[in-house]
Design a protein around this ligand. Structure first.
Ligand code: CA
Ligand code: CA
Length: 162
């Protein structure tokens, strides 16, 4: 008499295929997680850069367009140091590394970032046309924020001397 046993469980091939599929899924999940982390990191860096642009914007908001004492005699820093800056062109050509706050104080918590400031007089009819220092009533400020020497945010805005 022949005894027939019913097969139960999985064959070796089925187990190997299932293991392979689980492994491929795990690799895909890890890759997606890594890509997500990189995107989150880039987003955080960009947010920091925008914050640092805003610090310069706030600082210059309270500064005069031309020096309160010297007027248009000098383009650049008339004071002995930046702590005493009192007009916008005092910041021209400055690089702040570590970056500075709206009060001009170093922000040591961002050591890999720096702020570069350019101040230029531009045409009153074309803000993209740079003219001679103090030769127009319009000043354009450009702030670039870099991280490890890579520029990641730039912003320009206009101030008028009226
Ligand atoms: Ca000044
Ligand atoms: Ca000045």
């Amino acid at each position: 008499m022949k005894c027939q046993r019913k097969k139960t469980g999985f064959s070796l091939v089925e187990v190997l295929i299932a293991t392979l599929l689980v492994g491929v899924s795990m690799v895909a999940l890890l890759a997606a997680n890594g890509a997500s982390s990189m995107v989150n990191g880039a987003g955080a860096d960009l947010s920091t850069a925008e914050f640092l642009v805003e610090q310069i914007r706030e600082w210059t908001t309270v500064l005069a367009v031309v020096d309160p004492q010297g007027g248009t005699t000098t383009f650049g820093l008339e004071e002995p140091n930046l702590v005493n800056a009192d007009d916008i062109d005092d910041l021209d050509g400055q690089t702040f590394s570590p970056p500075v706050s709206a009060g001009g104080n170093p922000l040591a918590q961002f050591p890999s970032f720096s702020q570069q400031v350019v101040v230029e007089n531009v045409s009153a009819t074309d803000f993209t046309e740079v003219v001679g220092d103090h030769s127009s009533m319009i000043v354009r400020l450009t702030v670039s924020v870099s991280q490890n020497n890579n520029t990641i945010a730039t912003a320009s805005w206009i101030r008028a001397r009226y």
